[in-house]
Design a protein around this ligand. Structure first.
Ligand code: PRX
Length: 649
């Protein structure tokens, strides 16, 4: 473990919003002393209240916490209208297409386009406050217009990542009871068109009865099927709409969006976020963690289908009045220098990506960044998984020229925004550590009974006070919400939010995230529940039992390793079964869930009560020795048998 400490560049730090650890502790201590007062100060400064709130935090129905109760505001006003007087001609969204086509969309233009889209949703499709709208969109500006148009009229968007299959899309449409799908014919990736609309057609062919209409944006102009009466062309309808659509006054606690994410059991859960608390923290973290300033050009490489795309491509940057880059393509096309050439071309000041992308860029072109002028970069962010010290060093030295600050931001779909992260002008960094909770965030590493985990030991990463951008509930399943997040750890007799992650604190108070403690795998920074994968594998005829675990992978962080027990021993070989399983996974979930490796085994290790011992399977997949007592297993001899099969490949 590297214990080298990297201090913020003094040149940068002198102008940073938070520029010393003293200032950090002052803020954090002020939040501890007067929690509501702390949040009130920021809510009053950053939110344009249409009607004042009467209570900062209502804990009476815990864990269904409410923030800024009865206040009225609107998120699209926060992101657009209130900026127009001062930055109407500034670029809001800087779009770069896969093929290098560039469009600068000013705040004025964004306003016009979002207003038109909002009118279209209202007038043409009768979308009202509270209606659910599913977005199945590529990375094009219309995706952002659609999000903001929903926010403007109070509709609840639910974005489904474009890599999910028709089946996964249908499930999400049905769970949300959505009325409208907004999609595109497709888009471009690696120089070639790819399609989305056919996936929507397939999904709606299988179900999704609540859908009344499909709105289709043209991007690649490829031929698509058209269902008369159901399908509508955005490009044909949009021009006739007025560019004035007054925003709906929304209650602080009205839902802003749903975003489905994987848990350790059952089907994906619709994480529900709020209006005021969410946008407040999105803006505050943009300002603190990325230290965005006038004239900055900020680029987050995520997809809008994930929470990072929601908070840190669209809502956070626009609420902060920044220029946000939206990129349709992949950073490795046409070559490993694409991302760096974009940094040079657009004079990017903050670059935010996932360690998996960095590992890939590093592998494809270690010296590639040196060919470009990357001197505009001030803050480099990472998110989604732990970053190993070697990748960290490359990012710091080669990409950031040993001048830019690296922020390893730890958070989740459920937290809405960053929870634990360095402050780029203040925090001395130890690579591999997410460092300290942000001011206002009470993060603690605890044992299940709420006692603090001793320094240097692994414990449970908890957030012990509610925070404004936290998940409000799971759509349609409040009991699951309580059970999933407030069921495992109690502090002073009261349930606290448990993230599902393990963590460790060192003697200097630095926090290191050690990974999930539940059955969730992190593939390329994306969360996938093993239960979801196993449910899909059940559909393969020849399979009797499957047990899925994560296995370290050079680029993806974790890859999927499946242990398979066949109904009839010897009925198929590994390659055939793997192909069948992957075909089903592609169909049921999408390409992100494909297995890297499978092992056909005679049985899986189970306790006498029938529980699969995944810890043993994880160790075998990694090639680690089994340290656990196996004598209590139903059949201990199965362990060496599986080890032998895996070792022999
Ligand atoms: O395990 C943690 C990991 O990603 C999970 C959250 O995944 P998701 O909701 O898809 O959101 C990803 C983007 C915020 C967490 O429970 N994770 C996220 N950030 C980090 C991380 N693990 C280590 N270090 C991080 N910086």
């Amino acid at each position: 473990m590297s214990e080298e400490i990297y201090y913020p560049n003094p040149e940068f730090a002198k102008d940073a919003r938070i520029n010393s650890m003293e200032q950090y502790w002052e803020l954090q201590n002020s939040a501890k002393e007067d929690y509501e007062g702390f949040w009130k100060g920021y809510a009053d400064e950053k939110i344009e209240w249409l009607e004042p709130y009467d209570k900062v935090l209502d804990e009476s129905d815990a864990p269904f916490y409410k923030w800024f109760t009865n206040g009225k505001m609107n998120v699209s006003n926060q992101c657009i209208d209130r900026h127009l007087a001062t930055r109407g001609e500034q670029t809001a969204i800087l779009f770069e297409g896969d093929k290098g086509d560039v469009e600068h969309i000013t705040y004025n233009q964004l306003s016009q386009r979002v207003n038109k889209m909002a009118n279209l949703l209202k007038n043409e499709f009768g979308i009202k406050k509270g209606d659910r709208v599913v977005l199945y969109m590529p990375m094009i500006p219309e995706a952002a217009y659609a999000m903001l148009a929903c926010a403007r009229i109070g509709a609840i968007h639910s974005i489904v990542f474009g890599g999910f299959s028709a089946e996964a899309l249908k499930d999400r449409i049905e769970d949300a009871g959505a009325k409208l799908v907004i999609t595109a014919d497709g888009a471009y990736r690696k120089g070639k068109p790819y399609m989305l609309k056919p996936v929507v057609d397939e999904a709606l062919g299988q179900g999704g009865e609540s859908i009344e209409a499909v709105l289709v944006v043209k991007r690649n102009n490829e031929a698509i099927e058209w269902v008369e009466g159901r399908d509508h062309s955005y490009n044909d309808l949009i021009d006739a709409q007025s560019d004035e659509c007054p925003f709906e006054p929304m209650d602080s606690e009205d839902p802003l969006f749903l975003l489905y994410t994987s848990g350790s059991t059952g089907k994906p859960k619709g994480v529900q976020h709020s209006q005021a608390g969410y946008i407040l923290w999105a803006q505050m973290t943009m300002e603190w963690v990325f230290d965005v300033r006038e004239g900055d050009v900020y680029w987050c490489t995520a997809d809008i289908g994930w929470i990072t795309g929601h908070t840190y491509i669209v809502y956070g940057p626009l609420a902060a009045g920044t220029t946000t880059v939206m990129f349709e393509g992949v950073p490795t096309y046409p070559d490993a220098g694409r991302a760096w050439s974009m940094v040079e071309k657009h004079k990017i000041t903050q670059f935010y990506t996932a360690p998996t992308a960095m590992r890939l860029l590093h592998k494809m072109g270690q010296d590639e960044p040196k060919k470009y002028d990357l001197s505009t970069l001030r803050v480099l962010g990472t998110v989604g998984e732990p970053i190993d010290p070697a990748a960290w060093k490359w990012y710091y030295e080669v990409v950031g020229g040993s001048k830019a600050s690296i922020v390893d931001t730890y958070w989740q779909t459920e937290t809405g925004g960053h929870m634990i992260s360095p402050l780029p002008g203040a925090t001395p960094i130890k690579p591999g550590y997410a460092t300290f909770p942000l001011p206002g965030i009470m993060a603690e590493i605890l044992e299940a009974d709420g006692t603090p985990t001793p320094v240097g030991e692994k414990g449970l990463m908890c957030i012990t006070r509610p925070w404004p951008s936290m998940i409000r509930t799971i759509w349609g399943d409040p009991e699951r919400f309580v059970k999933s997040y407030f069921g495992d750890v109690k502090k002073d007799g009261k349930p606290v939010y448990f993230t599902g992650d393990g963590a460790m604190m060192d003697e200097d108070g630095y926090i290191k995230i050690t990974g999930r403690t539940d059955d969730v795998i992190n593939v390329s920074g994306h969360r996938i529940g093993t239960a979801e994968i196993e449910d899909a594998i059940k559909k393969v005829d020849a399979v009797a039992v499957s047990a899925v675990v994560g296995k370290p992978h050079d680029i993806k962080g974790e890859g999927i390793f499946a242990y398979i027990v066949l109904k009839e021993a010897g009925s198929a070989d590994t390659e055939t079964i793997k192909a069948e399983i992957n075909a089903v996974l592609k169909q049921e979930i999408g390409a992100i869930a494909l297995c890297d490796q499978i092992a056909i085994v005679p049985d899986v290790p189970k306790t006498r009560s029938g529980k699969i011992m995944r810890r043993i399977l994880r160790a075998i997949a990694k090639g680690e020795p089994i340290t656990q007592d196996t004598s209590t297993l139903e059949d201990p001899s199965i362990v060496p048998a599986i080890e032998k099969i895996v070792q022999e490949g």
